[in-house]
Design a protein around this ligand. Sequence first.
Ligand code: NAP
Length: 260
Amino acid sequence: MSTESQQEKQSLSGRIAVVTGGCGGIGTAVCARLAREGAQVYAADLRGGDTIKADEVIFHEHDVSSEESAKFLMAEVERQHGRLDILVNAAGIEIEQTIEETSLEDWNRIFAVNVTGTFLTSKHALPLMRKAGSGSIINFGSYDGFIADPALAAYCATKGAVHALTKAMACDHGAENIRVNAICPGFIDTPMLNSFFGSSGDIESLKNEVRRVHPLKRYGTPEDVAGLVNWLAGDEARYASGQLWILDGGLTAQVQQMRL
Ligand code: NAP
């Protein structure tokens, strides 16, 4: 295939994208997919590492809980490109505790990353999207923002907050052609999922049991999620905004999904 016809098939050719948590399980796959579709991608994360596979992906150190860091990141994108087209807020942490077990410090920390992080990076991205004349912001909620897993209380609360924030942002910025959506994954095979299972007893049998209760009989992969990010980021999704897109292999379509 000629370079020219390859470019024609790329849906995000020339777009500028920032992916927070871009070196994590889902973030790495998202960066790779957006780059493959022709975008120039900034993987904005606490640490780099060997997860960045494409020349079109640039690592930028970013702590989503810091407003200074958000300003610095967006100033760099503005200096290099003068605009931003796509923001994926994929940075996140999980704490496996009930509220009685959760310290105020841990509660504040998870809100600082999952909720304040989404707020701050989005806030400082908006002026650059305005310069682009349009934009797509993709937040990360969770099926845990709708229904609860045991001992994930603070995490569930943060994801419910991200869902509400997503709708509010979509309402406020739709007239500027800035679309805001959230992807709400179920069980996706990443380091975060491993840490969730890592605190349990017989991990392998539990993992198999969880697979079994999924209608599709498997976990999602980061690439499954990257496919939905790619669609929401691009022009085919031009009328999609303010929605919470559950991607869970059918898990929550069932009446009793978690009979473990
Ligand atoms: P992950 O593999 O743990 O990746 C998260 C990334 O965020 C890591 O690279 C992490 O860096 C980074 N990060 C943490 N704190 C940060 C901060 N203050 N500033 C910038 N980056 C920070 O998790 P994942 O599974 O890819 O999850 C991505 C998103 O999907 C999260 O919002 C998560 O809640 C959501 N989600 C995941 C699942 C799932 O099953 N995996 C299900 C539902 C929702 P370090 O590793 O250095 O801490």
